[in-house]
Ligand binder design. Structure first.
Ligand SMILES: [Mg+2]
Length: 211
């Protein structure tokens, strides 16, 4: 049975698309008032990608004007989500797991912590870890958690939607993984388990008495 859970936040516990205005409205308006040096069409595409991809990656891909980037980054570092967010309809499958739960998420700390607060889920987790991907990654954080809490890898299940981050790193560490892939975007991705929703989570964790 799995009794320790490392859980991703964005698009695992809640879906960005269902909370677009609360999450992105202000950021979109902030960006619209800057000279990003890109076409309106590219800006629309970039906005869609920001919903599922870290901002800095999107900025690089669409070649946002480098002159405005310090201003954008300082805005992102200081912003927090101030309106309630809605957890996914499947969140109860996570909440009802028996054991120790840790959120391990990547991004700007103030923003990620405010999301946890606005989702109203802070009390469901033992710890919330925000990983700064410019200096480290989730793999190092998983190792740190295992070390710090003297965890047994066999007891751990990693749950997330990013095949190239938490799932890949989990497998590299020999940890069981569950890839949430609602739109079947990663049919060939490696993961111990996969689902288009979280309804099999309890069976995967060996806690199948929950219906
Ligand atoms: Mg995610």
């Amino acid at each position: 049975m799995k009794r320790i859970f490392f859980i991703d936040l964005d698009n695992t516990i809640y879906f960005t698309g269902q909370n677009e205005e609360q999450l992105m409205g202000e950021l979109y308006r902030f960006l619209e008032n800057l000279d990003l040096g890109i076409s309106q069409a590219d800006f629309q595409l970039a906005k869609q990608e920001m919903l599922r991809t870290p901002f800095l990656k999107v900025a690089k891909k669409y070649r946002f004007n480098e002159k405005v980037m310090p201003e954008v980054i300082s805005y992102l570092e200081n912003r927090s989500v101030t309106q309630p967010l809605k957890p996914s309809d499947d969140y109860h499958y996570i909440k009802s797991l028996t054991g120790r739960k840790f959120i391990v998420t990547a991004g700007f700390p103030k923003q990620q912590l405010s999301k946890v607060k606005m989702l109203g889920i802070a009390n469901d987790f033992e710890e919330v870890h925000v990983v700064d991907v410019s200096s480290t990654n989730k793999k190092e954080r998983f190792e740190m958690l295992i070390d710090q809490h003297q965890l047994n890898k066999d007891d751990i299940l990693i749950i997330g939607d990013d095949a190239e981050s938490e799932i890949k790193f989990g497998l590299e560490l020999g940890i069981t993984t569950f890839l949430l892939d609602p739109e079947n975007l990663h049919p060939n991705a490696e993961s111990t388990f996969k689902g288009t929703d979280l309804s099999s989570l309890h069976a995967v964790a060996g806690q199948s008495d929950y219906l």
